[in-house]
Ligand binder design. Structure first.
Ligand code: AGP
Length: 594
């Protein structure tokens, strides 16, 4: 979960590397470093953020260089463990994103061959392996080194005396940005959007040889063509657009995200070839796999698909599935992943494919690994999501699940027609939630003093309670738990009392009366209740201490308006508590290790 960058051109590399690294910090930010090549290689790195590095780094001369912002996996954040890492001579520098599983064995072998290691990282074996094989042909030395490595990697190699950068990837994202008499290599697109919107996606197993005027991609020593993509994202996407935090900007983008995601689908004749194929092949069960917030979208997907397609849906945590999950015959599989790079989810895709399961991936990142290894990919159109806490991508995932299920719905035509009408009104309904922001802000200032909180819901809003709790945990550090409301009496009741408020999510479906009873039970045990309820709901007004109203929608769509309201609530509570909302401690946007 690191961000890597490379530059080669006519301009001084240092300022460009630092600028691009800033845009990569959401991938990891516990330490960083750069290296520049002039007569020799100069390196500067430390366990600090890029902003701080930019203030202390001496000016490193050179028009070629590499940089790294880290998320530690092997070796704690420190100056020695920060990247770039060097070989014994100091003439070979490497930045790496990924994990090398067999690094201890390689390190022992290289040490016995006289190599001197200075860090605890897995990465440091790479420059020493290249040093071992380097006899003037850099590409061959890199390929030989990669041959010895078992694990995942995206690397960029800078060598004294070589006017080119060599890059390679396996199970970690890497792109090449095409400039005019300069070229860039980066972990992902936003890093370089200030300089170019022309990119090439490297594939697993590709080795790129990049000079200021040329880009060559090789596979097993043979040159291959790679398509150039024009990125439509503006640089603004990468900037906050005037909002205080990326998270608030992304929450407010949701009406557009819903339109964009549905837009593509509404015009498509038959959205997902695979689902149609699966349906015709007599799909008997569906398995949906994911992690974190995407898992909560999967849980909501279960209610949507079971109600509309009337087939059983199993939802699994990818990290659990990988160690025990069995796939049944005639099971179709959908995996949901915003980044398309979550290691647990990618591993699950590979496991499913090994047993002949056809896999449909729902992802937000074009060109991501998930989109490459799944049989079919459906893209959410949430645009770049920078804040670690997933918001708009979650809503976009729900849109895809609604549209997939409605495209093969078994419900009667009148119901389908009214659902389609409601779906098209969702952007407006979500805007209504956003327009009610002040009420949520007031509620947040009331709740921000508490250290514990419970979220309760029933039916399709049980996963919404889980997601509301996750959002609050992630960015405010409050210990929050989501529960199926009916479960409280089986234990969590013991947590209730004056210091544990409860957020109750009420939808006008067959669970409404039961939820009202649960709210009364919670009140009886002295917990304050904040209710999320539809406009015009008088009954809850008499019971709850605070009511956040959301627009009336069909219960099937209530998770959308309720989740947006809970995203805002979590955001304003965290802001009230002065938390680093976009970069919460101990978390990263895409979790690329198991
Ligand atoms: C959500 O806010 C978190 N960032 C995290 O739980 C995330 O949903 C999880 O890591 C899965 O990521 P993915 O959707 O990119 O696979």
């Amino acid at each position: 979960m690191c961000g890597i960058i490379g530059y080669i051109g006519e301009r001084q590399a240092q300022p460009i590397l630092l600028d691009c690294l800033k845009r990569l910090e959401y991938r990891g930010y516990d330490s960083c470093g750069i290296a520049a090549l002039s007569s020799g290689i100069e390196v500067y790195k430390d366990a600090i953020r890029v902003e701080a590095l930019a203030k202390v780094v001496p000016s490193l001369n050179g028009t070629a260089g590499i940089g790294h912002t880290r998320w530690a996996t092997h070796g704690e954040p420190s100056q020695l463990n920060a990247h770039p890492h060097l070989d014994c001579s100091g003439n070979i520098a490497v930045v790496h994103n990924g994990v090398i599983n067999n690094f201890q064995r390689l390190k022992k072998q290289l040490t016995s061959e006289g190599h001197n290691f200075v860090s605890e990282t897995d990465t440091e074996v790479i420059p020493h392996l290249i040093e071992k094989y380097y006899d003037g042909n850099l590409e061959e030395a890199v390929e030989a080194a990669l041959h010895d490595i078992d694990g995942s990697y995206a690397i960029i190699v800078l060598v004294a005396g070589e006017s080119r950068l060599v890059a390679a990837r396996k199970d970690s994202p890497l792109i090449v940005g095409i400039g005019d008499r300069e070229n860039f290599i980066a972990s992902d697109v936003p890093a370089i959007l200030d300089y170019t919107n022309r990119v090439i996606y490297l594939e697993d197993g590709d080795v790129g040889v990049i000079t200021q005027d040329n880009i060559k991609v090789k596979r097993n020593g043979t040159e291959v063509d790679r398509e150039e993509h024009k990125i439509l994202w503006s640089i603004e996407d990468a900037q906050k657009g005037g909002y205080e935090h990326f998270m608030l900007k992304e929450i407010h983008e949701q009406p557009k995200v819903i339109r964009d995601t549905l837009g593509g689908w509404v015009s498509a004749a038959e959205p997902a070839v695979d689902l149609a194929e699966m349906m015709r092949a007599g799909l008997e069960a569906l398995l949906i796999l994911a992690c974190g917030t995407s898992y909560h979208a999967a849980l909501i997907g279960k209610y949507i698909v079971e109600e509309l397609l009337r087939i059983p849906v199993r939802v699994e945590l990818a990290s659990e599935f990988n160690y025990y999950g069995q796939t049944l015959a005639r099971t179709g599989a959908i995996v949901i992943t915003q980044s398309g790079e979550t290691a647990d989810t990618l591993k699950a895709i590979k496991r499913l494919k090994e047993v002949g399961c056809r896999v449909l991936a729902i992802t937000n990142v074009v060109g991501s690994t998930a989109s490459r290894i799944a049989d079919q990919t459906v893209y959410t159109r949430a645009g770049l999501e920078i804040s670690v806490a997933a918001t708009k991508s979650f809503t976009a995932q729900l849109m895809v699940l609604y549209w997939l299920a409605m495209s093969y719905s078994k419900v009667e035509a009148r119901r389908s027609a009214s659902l389609l009408l409601e779906l098209r009104q969702l952007p407006r309904k979500v805007q209504q939630v956003l327009d009610n922001e002040d009420t949520i802000l007031t509620c947040a200032s009331y709740l921000s003093r508490y250290e514990n909180m419970l979220f309760i819901g029933r039916g399709i809003n049980f996963p919404v309670a889980l997601e509301g709790a996750l959002k609050l945990k992630e960015i405010s550090y409050i210990h929050a738990e989501g529960y199926a409301a009916g479960e409280l009496k089986h234990g969590p009741f013991a947590l209730l009392g004056g210091d544990t408020p409860v957020i109750a999510i009420l939808a006008h479906d067959n669970t409404y009366e039961a939820m009202l009873t649960n709210v009364k039970e919670v009140k009886a045990r002295k917990s304050a209740v904040v209710a999320l309820a539809e406009e015009g709901d008088e009954a809850i007004g008499e019971l709850a201490d605070f009511v956040i109203t959301v627009p009336r929608v069909d219960a099937l769509f209530s998770p959308v308006v309720n989740s947006v309201a809970l995203q805002l609530l979590a955001y304003y509570i965290a802001r009230q508590r002065g938390c680093p909302i976009d970069f919460p401690r101990n978390l990263a946007k895409s979790v690329t290790v198991e």
